[in-house]
Design a protein around this ligand. Structure first.
Ligand code: ZN
Length: 438
C-alpha cells in the first residue's frame, strides 16, 4: 500500500513517462484494435520467445489463430532455424546427444501444433520444406559415417504423424517419396542389375539407412511398422520385393569403420543367427499381419522363397537358421507349403539342417520332433508318409557321407564301412519310425 500511495502523490518523474504513455490511452490509442503482442516491436516479441522452451512456444500455438501466425513467423527466421535445427550430428561422443532425441521430439510437437490449421498437403509442404534444408536430414548430402541426423529426422517425423490415420500417413509417404526421389532410387537398385554389386551397393546402403531410420525402426508398434514396410514393398513385383527386403534387413559386414551390405556369405558359408535376426523379424512382420486384398499369406511365402535365392541359392544351413529364428509357425507353413507342391526330398534336406542348427545353436530338439510330427500328420496317404520318413532318414546319411567324403583319401576302408553303416541306419530307422508313427 505504501508503495501505491507514494506513486499516487509523487510528482511527475520524467523517467516514468514510458509507463504513463501506456497507462493513459489517447483517443487514437483507444481506436487501435491491435492486441498487446501486435503492438510490441517484432524484435522484442522474438526476444520474449527466445526465452521460452520449444514446448512452451508450441503451447502458444494453441492460444489463438493470430498467435499461431506469430509463432510461424518466428520459427521461419534464419536465426531460429540455425539455432534449433542445425545441430552437430557427427560427434557421437557428445553428452548432449541424449538430449537430441528429446529436442527433435519437442520440435515435432511444435510443428504439429503450429501447422494444425492447415490441410495435410500444405502442412507437409510447410514442415518438410524447412527440414529439407538441413544437409544431415537428406539421403545423400551427408556422408559422415557416424551421422545421426536421419534418426533425429525420424524422431521428428514420427512425432508429427502420431495419431494420424492411414490415409494421411499414405500422403506422408508419397510426399516423402516426392521430396527424396525414394521410389526412383529403389527402382534403380531392385529392378536392374545384379543384387548387392557395384555402385548400386552404395545406393542400396543409403536406401536402407533412410527407410530404417526415418520410417521403420522408430514405429511405435508392430502395425505401424507393417504399414510402412508394405508402403515400401507394394509398388514392386515379387522378386523386387524380396530384393528390397534384403536391402532393408539383410546381413551387413563391418569393414573398419564402415558397414556395408554383404550377401555373398549367405551363399558361401554359414552365418551366425545375429546376422539373420533382422531379416527374420521383417519376414515375421509380414507373416503375422492380417490378410489384405493385395498382400496375402501366399505373397509372404513367395517373397520368402525369392529371398533365399538372392544373389544365388543360399547355403542350406543359412536357410535352416533363418527358419529356426523365424519360429515354429512360419517354419511349419513354409515346409508344409513345399510338401503340398510335392517337394518331399527338398523338405527332408532342410529338416536335417534344421536339426544341425538346433544342435549348434542350443535349441530344444523337441521342437524339431514336433515339427516333423506335424508335417507327417499333414500327408494324406500312407505311401506319402513312408516316403517322407524314408527321405528324412536317407538325407541324414547322405549329408553325413558328404561331410565324410572330404576325408575319404585318408582311409578308404573306414570311409566305405561308415557309409554302409549310415545306409543301414537310415533303412532301419525308416521302418522303425513308420511303425511308431502309424
Ligand atoms: Zn551428417
Amino acid at each position: 500500500m505504501a508503495r501505491g500511495r507514494a506513486r499516487r502523490y509523487s510528482r511527475p518523474n520524467p523517467s516514468s513517462c514510458v509507463y504513463r504513455q501506456l497507462a493513459v490511452r489517447t483517443r487514437s490509442q483507444m481506436k487501435d484494435s491491435r492486441n498487446f503482442f501486435q503492438k510490441l516491436p517484432l524484435e522484442v516479441f522474438h526476444l520474449i520467445l527466445d526465452n521460452l522452451s520449444v514446448l512452451e512456444v508450441s503451447a502458444l500455438c494453441l492460444a489463438s489463430k493470430q498467435m499461431n501466425g506469430y509463432v510461424v513467423d518466428y520459427i521461419s527466421t534464419l536465426a531460429w532455424k540455425s539455432k534449433m535445427m542445425h545441430q552437430n550430428f557427427h560427434n557421437t561422443y557428445c553428452p548432449e546427444q541424449e538430449c537430441f532425441g528429446k529436442h527433435f521430439r519437442n520440435l515435432g510437437v511444435l510443428f504439429k501444433r503450429c501447422t494444425m490449421l492447415l490441410p495435410t498437403k500444405e502442412r507437409l509442404k510447410c514442415i518438410l520444406h524447412k527440414f529439407s534444408q538441413v544437409p544431415c536430414f537428406l539421403q545423400e548430402t551427408c556422408s559422415a559415417p557416424n551421422c545421426i541426423g536421419l534418426s533425429r529426422y525420424g524422431v521428428f517425423l514420427q512425432t508429427i504423424i502420431a495419431g494420424w490415420d492411414e490415409f494421411e500417413c499414405q500422403r506422408v509417404f508419397h510426399f516423402l517419396c516426392e521430396v527424396t526421389n525414394l521410389l526412383h532410387k529403389i527402382e534403380a537398385v531392385v529392378t536392374t542389375g545384379k543384387p548387392g554389386m557395384g555402385l548400386k551397393l552404395t545406393l542400396s546402403q543409403n536406401i536402407r539407412y533412410f527407410c530404417r531410420k526415418v520410417l521403420l525402426d522408430l514405429s511405435p508398434n508392430q502395425s505401424d511398422c507393417q504399414f510402412w514396410l508394405l508402403q515400401l514393398l507394394k509398388p514392386w513385383p515379387l522378386v523386387s520385393q524380396a530384393h528390397l527386403l534384403l536391402i532393408l534387413y539383410g546381413p551387413q559386414l563391418t569393414e573398419g569403420k564402415v558397414t556395408v551390405l554383404h550377401w555373398q556369405d549367405l551363399v558361401e558359408r554359414e552365418l551366425p543367427q545375429d546376422a539373420l535376426w533382422n531379416l527374420a523379424r521383417a519376414i515375421l512382420l509380414l507373416f503375422n499381419k492380417p490378410e489384405l486384398k493385395d498382400w496375402t499369406l501366399q505373397t509372404t511365402l513367395a517373397v520368402f522363397e525369392e529371398i533365399i535365392v538372392i544373389p544365388r541359392p543360399w547355403h542350406l544351413e543359412n536357410i535352416a537358421r533363418l527358419l529356426v529364428v523365424c519360429g515354429n509357425k512360419l517354419c511349419y507353413t513354409v515346409l508344409a507349403s513345399r510338401a503340398q507342391s510335392g517337394l518331399i526330398r527338398d523338405i527332408a534336406k532342410v529338416i536335417v539342417y534344421i536339426i544341425l542348427v538346433c544342435e549348434k545353436d542350443g535349441y530344444e530338439m523337441n521342437w524339431v520332433v514336433h515339427l516333423v510330427q506335424q508335417l507327417h500328420v499333414g500327408f494324406s496317404s500312407e505311401v506319402q508318409k513312408f516316403t517322407f520318413i524314408r527321405h528324412l532318414e536317407h538325407m541324414f546319411s547322405d549329408i553325413i557321407a558328404e561331410f565324410l567324403y572330404m576325408y575319404e583319401d585318408e582311409n578308404r576302408d573306414v570311409f566305405t564301412s561308415t557309409c554302409l553303416l549310415l545306409d543301414a541306419n537310415a533303412r532301419f530307422h525308416t521302418k522303425f519310425l513308420h511303425l511308431l508313427l502309424k
